[in-house]
Design a protein around this ligand. Structure first.
Ligand code: SF4
Length: 337
């Protein structure tokens, strides 16, 4: 997330993710909240959520909040929540599927409330493929209209935009075309996110996972397309060793070494408190390393990958770094600087 001239500067590196409700108007095939019972409790008030968020942000020393869901635009008090978070001095990113931003008036109300940044997923550059992922006919048209509205606003005033694309077995071969399409909306970044399957997720989600070595060439090609179009492209949930020469685009590396990430999300009808803690997954029990990682020179700085990957594919075929390789690369970097 970036800090614009008219917005609050981010203090410490990292951010808080908060989810007022799990209600959603999409039903994405990989949604890692699918295992949660989503029936909504009466949502907490914007005042309660903002007060908890401000306390937690202060404790973590971060200055940014990402409001997620479910679909946060379905939370009736989102504008009020945004105003309160801004009043607490926080940078506000809204992680929305973008469909309701097709209504320009809703977008305008959110901007008036103070939203600094939108984080919007696009599942394909092809309408049928996108709608097959969300399970909602017409969702592609609405998300694209929402993206166009945000792009139009960005042409006249500062507003952050990240377009995220969840990579899975059915869509990774079109990553270059996807990035080319996304570039048309001129976001700050495109984020290619390897599909997350959590320990608690339905086991049929495992079939969505694609091998790192199969995805890597398409990510590299998509990165080149982004460079040609002036669009920074990042990747997450893919180990840096699978992005040889492009490690800097691996968001996990930054999250593991520099960023504090935490928060809380609506618990759904689980008989628990209204919210449960959101754990930084890269440092949680969701992650693991492979046998090969034991001989990797950067293991202490690498967050590995999701445990579910081994469940789906067995041990991955990784490319551990040797000390010699790191020394050679450092020497080469010194010579060119
Ligand atoms: S620790 Fe493992 S996953 Fe991480 S870069 Fe090294 S080999 Fe790859």
């Amino acid at each position: 997330m970036r800090s614009d001239s008219n917005t609050t500067p981010v203090s410490g590196p990292g951010f808080l993710v908060i989810s007022p409700s799990l209600d959603c108007n999409n039903a994405c095939i990989f949604c890692y909240d699918n295992y949660r019972v989503k029936g909504s409790r009466p949502a907490a008030s914007a005042q309660e959520i903002a007060a908890d968020a401000a306390r937690m942000a202060a404790r973590m020393g971060v200055g940014a909040v990402a409001v997620s869901g479910g679909e946060p635009l379905l939370y009736a008090e989102l504008e009020q929540l945004t105003r309160l978070l801004k009043a607490a001095g926080l940078f506000v990113c809204v992680m929305t599927n973008g469909r309701l931003l097709a209504r320009a008036q809703r977008l305008e109300r959110l901007l008036e409330a103070g939203v600094d940044h939108f984080h919007i997923p696009l599942h394909s550059d092809d309408q049928a493929a996108h709608d097959a992922v969300t399970g909602v006919a017409g969702s592609f048209a609405q998300t694209v209209a929402g993206l166009a509205n945000v792009a139009e606003v960005r042409a006249r005033r500062p507003l952050g935009l990240t377009v995220v694309h969840v990579m899975h077995r059915r869509n990774y071969r079109r990553l270059p075309e996807l990035v080319d399409f996304v570039a048309g909306f001129a976001p700050d970044h495109a984020l290619l996110s390897h599909c997350i399957v959590e320990v608690q997720s339905p086991r049929e989600h495992l079939a969505l996972l694609a091998r790192f070595e199969d995805i890597a060439p398409f990510v590299a090609q998509a990165h080149r397309v982004g460079q040609a179009r002036g669009l920074p492209v990042y990747v997450e949930n893919v180990p840096p060793c699978m992005m040889r020469g492009r490690e800097a685009i691996c968001v996990d590396f930054h999250k593991f070494n520099r960023l504090a990430v935490g928060g809380f999300k609506a618990a759904g009808e689980r008989g628990e408190g209204g919210f449960e803690p959101f754990e930084q997954s890269i440092k949680s029990g969701q992650r693991t390393h492979a046998d090969q990682c034991r001989r990797c020179a950067i293991q202490d700085f690498c967050g590995g990958f999701y445990r579910s990957y081994i469940e789906a594919m067995g041990q991955p075929d990784l490319e551990p770094y040797s000390v010699q390789e790191l020394r050679s690369r450092q020497a080469a970097a010194r010579q060119t600087s």
